[in-house]
Design a protein around this ligand. Sequence first.
Ligand code: ADP
Ligand code: MG
Length: 486
Amino acid sequence: MSVKREDVLKDENLITNIEEVAKDTALLHGVLMRTKETPNSPEVASYAPFTLFPTPVPTVLFHQALAVQTHFNRLVDRVSQNPGFLEETLASTIKVDNFTARLFNIYKQVQHEHHPQSIVLGLNRSDYMLDHSPDGGTSLKQIEINTIAASFGGLASRTPDVHRHILKVANLPEECNNVLDNNPAAGLARGLAKAWELYGSERAVVMFLVEDVQRNIYDHRYVENELWKRNIPVIRRQFEDVCRTGSLDESKRLFVDGREVAIVYFRNGYMPQNYTSEKSWEARLMMERSLAVKCPDISTHLSGTKKVQQELARRGVLERFFPDEPETVAQIRATFAGLYTLDMGEEGDKTVAMALANPDRYVLKPQREGGGNNIYGSEICEVLENLKNSTERTAYILMDKIQPVPVQNYLLRSGAPLRLNSCLSELGVFGAYVRKGKDMVFNECVGSTQLRGVNKKEGDKTVAMALANPDRYVLKPQREGGGEYH
Ligand code: ADP
Ligand code: MG
Protein backbone atom coordinates (compact mmCIF):
# COMPACT_ATOMS: atom_id res chain seq x y z
CA MET A 1 0.00 0.00 0.00
CA SER A 2 1.26 3.45 -0.79
CA VAL A 3 1.50 6.16 1.83
CA LYS A 4 1.11 9.93 2.01
CA ARG A 5 3.89 12.44 1.44
CA GLU A 6 3.50 13.97 4.95
CA ASP A 7 4.12 10.55 6.49
CA VAL A 8 7.15 9.89 4.34
CA LEU A 9 8.67 13.26 5.29
CA LYS A 10 8.44 12.30 8.97
CA ASP A 11 9.77 8.76 8.55
CA GLU A 12 13.44 9.27 9.37
CA ASN A 13 14.46 5.69 8.63
CA LEU A 14 12.90 5.76 5.22
CA ILE A 15 14.44 9.17 4.46
CA THR A 16 17.88 7.93 5.48
CA ASN A 17 17.47 5.00 3.13
CA ILE A 18 16.27 7.14 0.27
CA GLU A 19 19.04 9.70 0.65
CA GLU A 20 21.69 7.59 -1.03
CA VAL A 21 19.30 6.39 -3.72
CA ALA A 22 18.36 10.00 -4.44
CA LYS A 23 21.95 11.18 -4.80
CA ASP A 24 22.91 8.21 -6.97
CA THR A 25 19.86 8.74 -9.15
CA ALA A 26 20.72 12.43 -9.64
CA LEU A 27 24.22 11.39 -10.69
CA LEU A 28 22.92 8.64 -12.98
CA HIS A 29 20.57 11.06 -14.72
CA GLY A 30 23.09 13.83 -15.01
CA VAL A 31 21.76 16.43 -12.57
CA LEU A 32 25.33 17.54 -12.07
CA MET A 33 27.43 20.41 -10.91
CA ARG A 34 31.16 20.80 -10.56
CA THR A 35 32.54 21.24 -7.07
CA LYS A 36 33.37 24.52 -5.37
CA GLU A 37 36.97 23.36 -5.00
CA THR A 38 37.50 22.46 -8.66
CA PRO A 39 34.94 24.45 -10.66
CA ASN A 40 36.92 24.25 -13.89
CA SER A 41 37.89 20.61 -13.84
CA PRO A 42 35.80 17.80 -15.32
CA GLU A 43 37.64 15.27 -13.11
CA VAL A 44 35.28 15.72 -10.17
CA ALA A 45 31.58 16.42 -10.30
CA SER A 46 28.79 16.02 -7.80
CA TYR A 47 25.01 16.20 -7.93
CA ALA A 48 23.56 19.70 -8.29
CA PRO A 49 21.53 20.78 -5.26
CA PHE A 50 17.98 19.50 -5.55
CA THR A 51 14.96 18.75 -3.42
CA LEU A 52 14.16 15.20 -2.48
CA PHE A 53 10.58 15.56 -3.71
CA PRO A 54 9.09 17.71 -6.43
CA THR A 55 6.92 20.67 -5.50
CA PRO A 56 3.18 20.68 -6.06
CA VAL A 57 1.90 23.46 -8.27
CA PRO A 58 -1.83 23.88 -8.84
CA THR A 59 -2.71 22.89 -12.40
CA VAL A 60 -4.57 26.08 -13.19
CA LEU A 61 -1.69 28.33 -12.15
CA PHE A 62 0.87 26.17 -13.90
CA HIS A 63 -1.02 26.38 -17.18
CA GLN A 64 -1.54 30.10 -16.68
CA ALA A 65 2.24 30.53 -16.45
CA LEU A 66 2.86 28.46 -19.58
CA ALA A 67 0.11 30.18 -21.55
CA VAL A 68 1.32 33.72 -20.90
CA GLN A 69 4.93 32.98 -21.90
CA THR A 70 4.64 33.63 -25.62
CA HIS A 71 3.04 36.97 -24.77
CA PHE A 72 5.97 37.81 -22.52
CA ASN A 73 8.31 36.88 -25.37
CA ARG A 74 6.55 39.36 -27.62
CA LEU A 75 6.43 42.00 -24.89
CA VAL A 76 10.18 41.81 -24.24
CA ASP A 77 10.81 42.01 -27.97
CA ARG A 78 8.50 44.99 -28.46
CA VAL A 79 10.04 46.85 -25.53
CA SER A 80 13.48 46.21 -27.01
CA GLN A 81 12.31 47.78 -30.26
CA ASN A 82 10.99 50.93 -28.63
CA PRO A 83 13.89 53.37 -28.10
CA GLY A 84 11.62 56.14 -26.79
CA PHE A 85 10.25 53.92 -24.05
CA LEU A 86 13.63 52.51 -23.06
CA GLU A 87 15.22 55.93 -22.96
CA GLU A 88 12.48 57.56 -20.96
CA THR A 89 12.18 54.64 -18.57
CA LEU A 90 15.87 54.32 -17.84
CA ALA A 91 16.63 58.07 -17.79
CA SER A 92 16.59 58.40 -13.99
CA THR A 93 18.23 55.02 -13.39
CA ILE A 94 21.27 55.64 -15.55
CA LYS A 95 22.07 58.85 -13.71
CA VAL A 96 22.77 56.92 -10.53
CA ASP A 97 23.41 53.31 -11.58
CA ASN A 98 26.73 53.01 -13.26
CA PHE A 99 26.26 49.46 -14.57
CA THR A 100 22.94 50.18 -16.26
CA ALA A 101 24.48 53.41 -17.56
CA ARG A 102 27.33 51.50 -19.22
CA LEU A 103 24.92 49.08 -20.86
CA PHE A 104 22.80 51.99 -21.97
CA ASN A 105 25.85 53.70 -23.38
CA ILE A 106 26.51 50.70 -25.62
CA TYR A 107 22.85 50.74 -26.61
CA LYS A 108 23.09 54.40 -27.63
CA GLN A 109 26.31 53.84 -29.52
CA VAL A 110 24.92 51.08 -31.69
CA GLN A 111 21.52 52.68 -32.09
CA HIS A 112 22.94 55.34 -34.36
CA GLU A 113 24.89 52.87 -36.46
CA HIS A 114 23.61 50.81 -39.31
CA HIS A 115 22.29 47.52 -37.88
CA PRO A 116 23.93 44.77 -39.85
CA GLN A 117 21.77 42.05 -38.32
CA SER A 118 17.99 41.75 -38.54
CA ILE A 119 17.76 38.42 -36.72
CA VAL A 120 16.89 38.63 -33.03
CA LEU A 121 17.04 35.65 -30.69
CA GLY A 122 15.54 35.78 -27.21
CA LEU A 123 15.89 33.04 -24.61
CA ASN A 124 14.38 34.11 -21.33
CA ARG A 125 12.98 32.79 -18.08
CA SER A 126 10.01 34.36 -16.35
CA ASP A 127 10.03 33.64 -12.60
CA TYR A 128 6.93 33.45 -10.47
CA MET A 129 5.89 32.83 -6.91
CA LEU A 130 2.47 31.66 -5.84
CA ASP A 131 1.07 34.45 -3.72
CA HIS A 132 -1.15 33.39 -0.87
CA SER A 133 -3.62 36.09 0.09
CA PRO A 134 -5.15 36.38 3.58
CA ASP A 135 -8.55 35.36 2.17
CA GLY A 136 -7.07 32.01 1.21
CA GLY A 137 -6.72 32.50 -2.56
CA THR A 138 -3.56 31.66 -4.44
CA SER A 139 -2.38 33.58 -7.47
CA LEU A 140 0.56 33.52 -9.84
CA LYS A 141 2.80 36.58 -9.46
CA GLN A 142 5.85 37.37 -11.53
CA ILE A 143 9.08 38.05 -9.64
CA GLU A 144 11.04 39.12 -12.70
CA ILE A 145 11.90 38.14 -16.22
CA ASN A 146 15.49 37.20 -16.99
CA THR A 147 16.44 38.22 -20.50
CA ILE A 148 20.12 37.34 -20.18
CA ALA A 149 21.90 34.16 -19.03
CA ALA A 150 18.75 32.46 -17.73
CA SER A 151 19.96 29.17 -16.31
CA PHE A 152 18.75 25.69 -15.34
CA GLY A 153 17.00 24.82 -18.58
CA GLY A 154 19.52 22.00 -18.94
CA LEU A 155 19.39 20.44 -15.50
CA ALA A 156 15.62 20.86 -15.31
CA SER A 157 15.38 18.60 -18.33
CA ARG A 158 16.76 15.73 -16.21
CA THR A 159 15.00 16.16 -12.89
CA PRO A 160 11.64 14.59 -13.82
CA ASP A 161 13.20 11.13 -14.08
CA VAL A 162 15.10 11.61 -10.84
CA HIS A 163 11.95 12.56 -8.96
CA ARG A 164 9.89 9.81 -10.50
CA HIS A 165 12.40 7.25 -9.30
CA ILE A 166 12.64 8.73 -5.80
CA LEU A 167 8.84 8.83 -5.50
CA LYS A 168 8.64 5.16 -6.44
CA VAL A 169 11.26 4.15 -3.90
CA ALA A 170 9.49 6.29 -1.30
CA ASN A 171 6.29 4.36 -1.99
CA LEU A 172 4.51 7.35 -3.47
CA PRO A 173 3.66 5.91 -6.90
CA GLU A 174 0.56 8.06 -7.45
CA GLU A 175 2.60 11.23 -7.18
CA CYS A 176 4.91 9.77 -9.77
CA ASN A 177 2.19 10.03 -12.39
CA ASN A 178 1.89 13.74 -11.71
CA VAL A 179 5.47 14.54 -12.62
CA LEU A 180 5.39 15.89 -16.15
CA ASP A 181 8.05 15.59 -18.79
CA ASN A 182 10.07 18.71 -19.32
CA ASN A 183 12.80 19.53 -21.80
CA PRO A 184 13.74 23.20 -21.86
CA ALA A 185 17.23 22.30 -23.13
CA ALA A 186 15.77 21.01 -26.39
CA GLY A 187 13.50 24.04 -26.71
CA LEU A 188 16.26 26.57 -26.06
CA ALA A 189 18.37 24.72 -28.63
CA ARG A 190 15.51 24.89 -31.15
CA GLY A 191 15.54 28.66 -30.80
CA LEU A 192 19.33 28.78 -31.19
CA ALA A 193 19.18 26.42 -34.17
CA LYS A 194 16.53 28.53 -35.89
CA ALA A 195 18.62 31.69 -35.52
CA TRP A 196 21.75 29.83 -36.66
CA GLU A 197 19.99 28.58 -39.81
CA LEU A 198 18.79 32.09 -40.60
CA TYR A 199 22.33 33.41 -40.16
CA GLY A 200 23.09 31.08 -43.02
CA SER A 201 26.67 29.87 -42.77
CA GLU A 202 27.41 26.21 -42.09
CA ARG A 203 30.87 26.89 -40.77
CA ALA A 204 29.84 29.63 -38.35
CA VAL A 205 29.66 28.64 -34.69
CA VAL A 206 27.41 29.31 -31.74
CA MET A 207 29.64 30.90 -29.10
CA PHE A 208 28.62 30.45 -25.47
CA LEU A 209 30.11 33.45 -23.68
CA VAL A 210 30.87 32.00 -20.25
CA GLU A 211 32.26 32.97 -16.86
CA ASP A 212 35.71 31.99 -15.69
CA VAL A 213 34.22 29.93 -12.84
CA GLN A 214 32.21 27.17 -14.47
CA ARG A 215 30.49 25.16 -11.78
CA ASN A 216 27.20 25.08 -13.64
CA ILE A 217 28.73 23.91 -16.92
CA TYR A 218 26.57 20.78 -17.22
CA ASP A 219 23.49 22.95 -17.39
CA HIS A 220 25.03 24.57 -20.49
CA ARG A 221 26.23 21.26 -21.91
CA TYR A 222 22.70 19.96 -22.34
CA VAL A 223 21.90 22.88 -24.63
CA GLU A 224 25.30 22.64 -26.33
CA ASN A 225 24.86 18.96 -27.04
CA GLU A 226 21.41 19.49 -28.50
CA LEU A 227 23.10 21.83 -30.98
CA TRP A 228 25.88 19.39 -31.80
CA LYS A 229 23.20 16.75 -32.46
CA ARG A 230 22.00 19.05 -35.24
CA ASN A 231 25.57 19.44 -36.48
CA ILE A 232 25.72 23.01 -35.28
CA PRO A 233 29.23 23.71 -33.99
CA VAL A 234 29.59 25.26 -30.53
CA ILE A 235 32.54 26.94 -28.85
CA ARG A 236 32.82 28.23 -25.29
CA ARG A 237 34.75 31.43 -24.74
CA GLN A 238 35.21 34.11 -22.11
CA PHE A 239 35.30 37.89 -22.42
CA GLU A 240 39.07 37.64 -22.23
CA ASP A 241 39.21 35.37 -25.29
CA VAL A 242 37.06 37.78 -27.24
CA CYS A 243 39.29 40.68 -26.16
CA ARG A 244 42.42 38.81 -27.25
CA THR A 245 41.34 37.17 -30.48
CA GLY A 246 38.06 38.78 -31.52
CA SER A 247 37.70 40.96 -34.60
CA LEU A 248 35.17 42.19 -37.14
CA ASP A 249 35.80 41.95 -40.86
CA GLU A 250 34.69 44.54 -43.40
CA SER A 251 31.12 43.10 -43.39
CA LYS A 252 31.14 43.17 -39.58
CA ARG A 253 31.27 39.40 -39.36
CA LEU A 254 32.58 38.46 -35.91
CA PHE A 255 35.61 36.17 -35.69
CA VAL A 256 36.91 34.69 -32.44
CA ASP A 257 39.95 32.42 -32.50
CA GLY A 258 39.63 32.37 -36.26
CA ARG A 259 36.05 31.04 -36.20
CA GLU A 260 33.14 32.97 -37.59
CA VAL A 261 30.52 33.44 -34.89
CA ALA A 262 26.86 33.16 -35.94
CA ILE A 263 25.42 33.58 -32.44
CA VAL A 264 26.84 34.98 -29.23
CA TYR A 265 24.88 33.29 -26.44
CA PHE A 266 25.56 35.25 -23.26
CA ARG A 267 25.76 33.07 -20.17
CA ASN A 268 27.79 35.86 -18.63
CA GLY A 269 27.76 39.65 -18.70
CA TYR A 270 24.75 40.30 -16.46
CA MET A 271 26.62 41.61 -13.39
CA PRO A 272 29.14 44.47 -13.01
CA GLN A 273 31.78 42.05 -11.72
CA ASN A 274 31.55 40.05 -14.98
CA TYR A 275 33.32 42.96 -16.66
CA THR A 276 36.73 42.64 -15.10
CA SER A 277 38.35 45.39 -17.17
CA GLU A 278 37.65 48.06 -19.75
CA LYS A 279 38.58 45.45 -22.31
CA SER A 280 35.51 43.38 -21.39
CA TRP A 281 33.32 46.40 -22.12
CA GLU A 282 35.11 46.90 -25.43
CA ALA A 283 34.49 43.24 -26.25
CA ARG A 284 30.78 43.61 -25.44
CA LEU A 285 30.59 46.63 -27.73
CA MET A 286 32.40 44.82 -30.52
CA MET A 287 30.03 41.85 -30.30
CA GLU A 288 27.07 44.20 -30.23
CA ARG A 289 28.26 45.94 -33.37
CA SER A 290 28.83 42.70 -35.21
CA LEU A 291 26.75 40.76 -37.67
CA ALA A 292 26.50 37.89 -35.14
CA VAL A 293 23.08 37.28 -33.62
CA LYS A 294 23.27 38.35 -29.99
CA CYS A 295 21.29 36.44 -27.39
CA PRO A 296 20.36 38.86 -26.01
CA ASP A 297 21.17 42.00 -27.93
CA ILE A 298 21.80 45.04 -25.76
CA SER A 299 18.25 46.39 -26.07
CA THR A 300 16.75 43.05 -25.05
CA HIS A 301 19.17 42.92 -22.12
CA LEU A 302 17.97 46.37 -21.01
CA SER A 303 14.35 45.30 -21.47
CA GLY A 304 14.86 42.84 -18.61
CA THR A 305 15.85 45.50 -16.08
CA LYS A 306 13.78 45.94 -12.96
CA LYS A 307 13.10 49.57 -13.83
CA VAL A 308 11.49 48.47 -17.11
CA GLN A 309 9.46 45.86 -15.21
CA GLN A 310 8.19 48.59 -12.89
CA GLU A 311 7.23 50.91 -15.75
CA LEU A 312 5.41 48.12 -17.60
CA ALA A 313 3.20 47.67 -14.55
CA ARG A 314 2.06 51.30 -14.76
CA ARG A 315 -1.51 51.82 -15.90
CA GLY A 316 -1.89 52.08 -19.67
CA VAL A 317 1.65 51.00 -20.56
CA LEU A 318 0.94 47.42 -21.64
CA GLU A 319 -1.84 48.80 -23.83
CA ARG A 320 0.76 50.83 -25.69
CA PHE A 321 2.62 47.65 -26.57
CA PHE A 322 -0.48 45.65 -27.45
CA PRO A 323 -2.95 48.27 -28.69
CA ASP A 324 -5.32 45.77 -30.30
CA GLU A 325 -4.98 42.90 -27.87
CA PRO A 326 -6.91 43.48 -24.66
CA GLU A 327 -6.81 39.74 -23.90
CA THR A 328 -3.03 39.66 -24.10
CA VAL A 329 -2.80 42.73 -21.86
CA ALA A 330 -5.14 41.14 -19.33
CA GLN A 331 -3.19 37.86 -19.31
CA ILE A 332 0.11 39.61 -18.74
CA ARG A 333 -1.24 42.08 -16.19
CA ALA A 334 -2.82 39.30 -14.13
CA THR A 335 0.70 38.12 -13.24
CA PHE A 336 1.99 41.52 -12.08
CA ALA A 337 2.51 42.28 -8.42
CA GLY A 338 2.40 45.91 -7.28
CA LEU A 339 5.49 47.81 -8.50
CA TYR A 340 6.30 51.40 -7.55
CA THR A 341 8.64 54.06 -8.83
CA LEU A 342 11.19 55.80 -6.64
CA ASP A 343 11.86 58.53 -9.19
CA MET A 344 12.14 62.04 -7.77
CA GLY A 345 8.78 63.75 -7.47
CA GLU A 346 5.42 63.33 -5.87
CA GLU A 347 4.81 59.76 -6.96
CA GLY A 348 8.22 58.62 -5.75
CA ASP A 349 7.73 60.45 -2.44
CA LYS A 350 4.49 58.54 -1.97
CA THR A 351 6.36 55.28 -2.57
CA VAL A 352 8.94 56.21 0.07
CA ALA A 353 6.22 57.02 2.61
CA MET A 354 4.42 53.77 1.85
CA ALA A 355 7.56 51.70 2.29
CA LEU A 356 8.57 53.42 5.52
CA ALA A 357 5.09 52.91 6.98
CA ASN A 358 4.94 49.17 6.18
CA PRO A 359 8.38 47.87 5.26
CA ASP A 360 7.37 44.23 5.73
CA ARG A 361 4.93 44.48 2.86
CA TYR A 362 7.59 45.31 0.30
CA VAL A 363 10.89 44.37 -1.30
CA LEU A 364 13.33 47.11 -2.27
CA LYS A 365 15.24 46.16 -5.42
CA PRO A 366 18.31 47.71 -7.03
CA GLN A 367 18.99 47.28 -10.76
CA ARG A 368 20.97 44.12 -10.28
CA GLU A 369 20.79 40.51 -11.40
CA GLY A 370 22.17 37.35 -9.93
CA GLY A 371 20.65 37.33 -6.49
CA GLY A 372 21.55 38.61 -3.07
CA ASN A 373 20.86 42.28 -3.76
CA ASN A 374 17.32 42.82 -2.53
CA ILE A 375 16.46 44.61 0.68
CA TYR A 376 13.78 43.59 3.16
CA GLY A 377 12.10 44.68 6.39
CA SER A 378 13.83 47.15 8.69
CA GLU A 379 16.73 47.46 6.26
CA ILE A 380 14.32 49.08 3.79
CA CYS A 381 13.78 51.84 6.36
CA GLU A 382 17.51 52.29 6.92
CA VAL A 383 18.21 52.60 3.21
CA LEU A 384 15.27 54.86 2.41
CA GLU A 385 15.78 57.13 5.44
CA ASN A 386 19.26 57.74 4.11
CA LEU A 387 18.36 58.16 0.46
CA LYS A 388 14.87 59.57 0.49
CA ASN A 389 15.88 63.09 -0.46
CA SER A 390 18.60 62.07 -2.85
CA THR A 391 18.47 61.00 -6.49
CA GLU A 392 20.32 57.87 -5.33
CA ARG A 393 16.93 56.42 -4.47
CA THR A 394 16.16 56.13 -8.18
CA ALA A 395 18.63 53.27 -8.39
CA TYR A 396 15.88 51.18 -6.75
CA ILE A 397 12.30 50.17 -7.36
CA LEU A 398 9.80 49.01 -4.76
CA MET A 399 7.73 45.86 -5.17
CA ASP A 400 4.93 44.26 -3.18
CA LYS A 401 6.28 41.35 -1.25
CA ILE A 402 4.81 38.13 -2.53
CA GLN A 403 3.76 35.73 0.19
CA PRO A 404 4.12 32.10 -0.84
CA VAL A 405 3.32 29.32 1.56
CA PRO A 406 6.46 27.44 2.56
CA VAL A 407 6.52 23.75 1.67
CA GLN A 408 8.30 21.14 3.78
CA ASN A 409 10.95 19.28 1.84
CA TYR A 410 14.44 17.87 2.14
CA LEU A 411 17.20 19.68 0.36
CA LEU A 412 20.15 17.73 -0.96
CA ARG A 413 23.36 19.68 -1.29
CA SER A 414 26.73 18.14 -1.80
CA GLY A 415 28.65 18.14 1.48
CA ALA A 416 25.74 19.33 3.61
CA PRO A 417 23.69 17.16 5.98
CA LEU A 418 20.16 16.31 4.94
CA ARG A 419 17.61 18.44 6.79
CA LEU A 420 13.89 18.97 6.61
CA ASN A 421 13.48 22.54 5.42
CA SER A 422 10.76 25.03 5.05
CA CYS A 423 11.15 25.88 1.37
CA LEU A 424 9.85 28.73 -0.71
CA SER A 425 9.62 27.83 -4.30
CA GLU A 426 9.58 29.75 -7.53
CA LEU A 427 8.35 28.56 -10.86
CA GLY A 428 10.58 29.58 -13.76
CA VAL A 429 9.11 29.37 -17.27
CA PHE A 430 11.40 29.36 -20.30
CA GLY A 431 10.58 31.30 -23.43
CA ALA A 432 12.34 31.26 -26.79
CA TYR A 433 11.71 33.43 -29.82
CA VAL A 434 13.35 34.43 -33.07
CA ARG A 435 12.43 37.48 -35.10
CA LYS A 436 13.70 38.25 -38.58
CA GLY A 437 13.07 41.85 -39.48
CA LYS A 438 9.41 42.39 -38.71
CA ASP A 439 8.43 38.72 -38.65
CA MET A 440 8.32 36.63 -35.49
CA VAL A 441 9.36 33.32 -37.04
CA PHE A 442 9.57 31.34 -33.80
CA ASN A 443 7.78 31.98 -30.52
CA GLU A 444 7.46 29.21 -27.93
CA CYS A 445 7.17 28.39 -24.30
CA VAL A 446 9.81 25.67 -24.01
CA GLY A 447 9.42 24.30 -20.50
CA SER A 448 9.87 25.21 -16.89
CA THR A 449 11.82 24.64 -13.73
CA GLN A 450 11.22 24.93 -10.06
CA LEU A 451 13.68 27.16 -8.23
CA ARG A 452 13.81 26.93 -4.53
CA GLY A 453 14.64 29.17 -1.65
CA VAL A 454 15.16 27.89 1.81
CA ASN A 455 13.60 29.35 4.90
CA LYS A 456 12.00 32.69 4.28
CA LYS A 457 13.61 34.21 7.38
CA GLU A 458 16.93 34.26 5.62
CA GLY A 459 15.63 37.03 3.41
CA ASP A 460 17.68 37.46 0.32
CA LYS A 461 19.98 34.56 1.21
CA THR A 462 17.20 32.52 -0.28
CA VAL A 463 18.32 33.74 -3.66
CA ALA A 464 21.62 31.99 -4.02
CA MET A 465 19.96 28.84 -2.87
CA ALA A 466 16.96 29.43 -5.06
CA LEU A 467 19.01 29.53 -8.17
CA ALA A 468 20.82 26.40 -7.22
CA ASN A 469 17.87 24.07 -6.98
CA PRO A 470 16.18 23.13 -10.16
CA ASP A 471 13.48 20.57 -9.69
CA ARG A 472 10.18 19.53 -11.11
CA TYR A 473 6.77 19.65 -9.67
CA VAL A 474 3.78 17.54 -9.17
CA LEU A 475 0.59 18.89 -10.53
CA LYS A 476 -2.37 18.87 -8.21
CA PRO A 477 -5.85 20.14 -8.87
CA GLN A 478 -6.31 23.52 -7.24
CA ARG A 479 -8.42 23.33 -4.13
CA GLU A 480 -10.08 26.19 -2.33
CA GLY A 481 -7.72 27.74 0.13
CA GLY A 482 -4.61 26.20 -1.39
CA GLY A 483 -4.13 24.12 1.77
CA GLU A 484 -2.15 21.51 -0.11
CA TYR A 485 0.98 23.62 0.16
CA HIS A 486 1.42 23.17 3.87
P1 ADP B 1 17.68 38.72 -9.14
O1 ADP B 1 17.76 39.40 -10.45
O2 ADP B 1 18.75 39.07 -8.21
O3 ADP B 1 17.46 37.25 -9.30
P2 ADP B 1 14.91 38.82 -8.24
O4 ADP B 1 13.96 39.88 -8.56
O5 ADP B 1 14.69 37.51 -8.89
O6 ADP B 1 16.38 39.36 -8.48
O7 ADP B 1 14.93 38.61 -6.68
C1 ADP B 1 15.76 37.68 -6.05
C2 ADP B 1 14.98 36.80 -5.09
O8 ADP B 1 14.34 37.60 -4.10
C3 ADP B 1 13.87 36.02 -5.75
O9 ADP B 1 14.37 34.81 -6.26
C4 ADP B 1 12.89 35.82 -4.62
O10 ADP B 1 13.30 34.72 -3.80
C5 ADP B 1 13.06 37.09 -3.80
N1 ADP B 1 12.06 38.08 -4.23
C6 ADP B 1 12.20 38.97 -5.25
N2 ADP B 1 11.10 39.72 -5.40
C7 ADP B 1 10.24 39.32 -4.45
C8 ADP B 1 8.93 39.73 -4.08
N3 ADP B 1 8.29 40.70 -4.72
N4 ADP B 1 8.34 39.09 -3.05
C9 ADP B 1 8.97 38.09 -2.38
N5 ADP B 1 10.22 37.67 -2.67
C10 ADP B 1 10.85 38.27 -3.70
MG1 MG C 1 15.85 36.27 -9.97
